[in-house]
Design a protein around this ligand. Structure first.
Ligand code: B1M
Length: 209
């Protein structure tokens, strides 16, 4: 059984070394990487979010927790990758303008790469022209956009409209995700797909290509 409470606690106090050690212990015990991710690391960040909302945690502590989670993700990375190494398509991905959240986007990127796609990661705070340029220059099959703030979600629609204006909307499939994004919202703004989490994002990409 995964020692979820210990991992969650280590994330809450932002102890990256401890998260690394605990994650490794679970792997060595034979626990599945995806489950350690969900029940330990993501559950830890969910608690961080709750405490942030209740003003029991503040930005510097949240950043330490984020760093601790990333330390665990690094341990899990090789175990999450599949053996499918053939390049199956090109994916341009980024977090939209005004938004600096990248933990979820990085997880999605990691799993997409693991599924055999080439990923061009534009990072965070990506404004529309950079998305459009990257789609054009790389002749991308998929454009993935992440947003974690209700205030930055509308950028996704702005980018889709800009792709239409540039005449390249139909050349690329668009998937959107991030905590405030929903299936309904994805449809409303004209995206092709919505990914509620990293695992589903890979499944959805496979199904829309
Ligand atoms: Co921020 N933050 N934050 N934050 N932060 C949230 C999002 C918030 C919900 C916290 C809260 O109040 N409860 C809240 C947003 C409220 C809202 O808009 N409704 C919030 C706020 C308000 C803010 C600031 C405005 C705070 C301030 O300054 N006053 C500020 C904004 C900065 C900015 O972006 N301009 C801010 C800053 C930060 C930090 C920098 C401190 C840090 C980010 C560090 C980093 O990313 N490098 C941070 C963090 C860590 C969080 C919480 C606690 C955790 C986010 C996270 O990493 N979750 C978050 C609360 C929460 O979500 N519980 C919060 C773990 C991650 C694995 O999940 O990102 O949801 P998630 O990704 C999932 C899915 O959503 C999906 O798959 C992923 C894996 O399963 N997914 C996709 C994501 N992208 C996808 C793309 C896809 C498909 C699926 O296709 C392309």
């Amino acid at each position: 059984m995964i020692e979820t409470e210990k991992i969650i606690e280590a994330i809450l106090i932002g102890d990256d070394d401890k998260v690394k050690v605990l994650t490794l212990e679970e792997i060595n015990k034979g626990e599945r990487a995806g489950e350690i991710m969900r029940e330990g690391l993501i559950a830890g960040m969910t608690k961080v979010g709750e405490q942030m909302e209740a003003e029991e945690m503040f930005i510097p502590e949240v950043l330490m927790s984020a760093r601790a989670m990333s330390a665990g993700v690094e341990v899990l990375k090789p175990h999450l990758k599949t053996e499918d190494a053939a390049v199956r398509g090109k994916v341009v991905i980024g977090t939209v303008e005004g938004d600096l959240h990248d933990i979820g986007k990085n997880l999605v990127k990691m799993l997409i790469e693991g599924a055999g796609f080439e990923v061009i990661d534009l990072g965070t705070n990506v404004e529309k022209d950079r998305f459009i340029k990257a789609v054009q220059e790389n002749n991308a099959d998929i454009l993935g956009m992440s947003a974690l703030l209700t205030t930055t979600m509308p950028s996704m629609q702005v980018i889709i409209e800009a792709l239409k204006k540039a005449g390249i909307r139909d050349q690329v499939k668009i998937i959107v995700g991030g905590a405030p994004v929903t299936e309904e919202y994805a449809q409303e703004i004209g995206a092709d797909a919505y990914g509620p989490d990293a695992g589903s994002a890979v499944r959805v990409i496979n199904s829309i290509l």
